[in-house]
Design a protein around this ligand. Structure first.
Ligand code: 5RP
Length: 227
């Protein structure tokens, strides 16, 4: 297992300590979230009773395979959501969605009492925008939407799938936006993206994470609060 994977697993196992019997959990997507789901599955096999909302079909299938009860539209709020991230800045602002699940991930994170990010140290960024911001858009007239987003000063690329555009679990396309030099004003950029006709959701997660568990070579670093 690579150092990054060991760090992801360490962060995931720490997050598992926050899980209590009877909780409704939000389970994320991506390789770090996968470590969390697998660890949760072990606890469920030992008798822990929880239910979960999944942020992608892939996570849902894995969770069900491991015996975790997955629900679609629960009546009660989500107690605890645990998910990975692509970038984390010092104010716990995030870029998410490189795995393509950002819309459901944001719905789950916004519906949770606590949203804890788990990550390896490579995800820490002094300023957001070191990579790219994924934006889920309606396929209809997608080139027009891309043109409007390019007007915000971003390099805009349609995400490719195997031989056609990548299609999300929700049947939509993703545009990946790169901002040269990073994003100076994440709140301003987030508002401008969101206000663009054709945009369904974007991967800037601002003011949503309540805490983060970041695994570094020296050990686990906690940002924000885990409680
Ligand atoms: C998927 C996500 C993931 O949380 C993010 O891409 C991190 O993935 P990984 O844990 O594989 O590094 O936002 O849409």
């Amino acid at each position: 297992m690579s150092v990054h994977d060991e760090q992801k697993r360490a962060a995931a196992r720490r997050a598992l300590e926050l899980v209590e019997p009877g909780m409704l959990l939000g389970i994320g997507s991506g390789t770090t979230a996968r470590f969390f789901i697998e660890a949760l599955g072990e606890r469920v096999a030992e008798g822990l009773r929880v239910s979960a909302v999944a942020t992608s079909r892939e996570s849902e299938e894995l969770a069900r395979r491991l015996g975790i009860v997955v629900v679609d539209d629960p009546l009660q709020p989500i107690d605890l959501a645990v998910d990975g991230a692509d970038e984390i800045d010092p104010q716990l602002r995030l870029i998410k969605g490189h795995g393509g699940a950002l819309f459901r991930e944001k719905l789950v994170a916004s519906s949770a009492r606590r949203f804890i990010v788990i990550a390896d140290a490579s995800k820490l960024a002094r300023r957001l925008g070191q990579t790219f911001v994924p934006v889920e858009i309606l396929p209809f007239l997608w080139r027009q939407t891309a043109r409007r987003l390019a007007g915000l000063g971003a390099d805009v690329r349609l995400r490719a799938g195997q031989d056609t555009p990548y299609v999300t679990d929700n049947g939509n396309f993703i545009l990946d936006l790169t901002f040269t030099g990073g994003i100076e004003d994440p709140e301003g950029v987030a508002a401008a993206i969101k206000a663009t006709t054709g945009v369904l959701e974007h991967g800037l997660f601002l003011g949503l994470a309540t805490g983060a568990i970041v695994a570094e070579v020296e050990g686990l670093r906690i940002l924000g609060s885990l409680s």
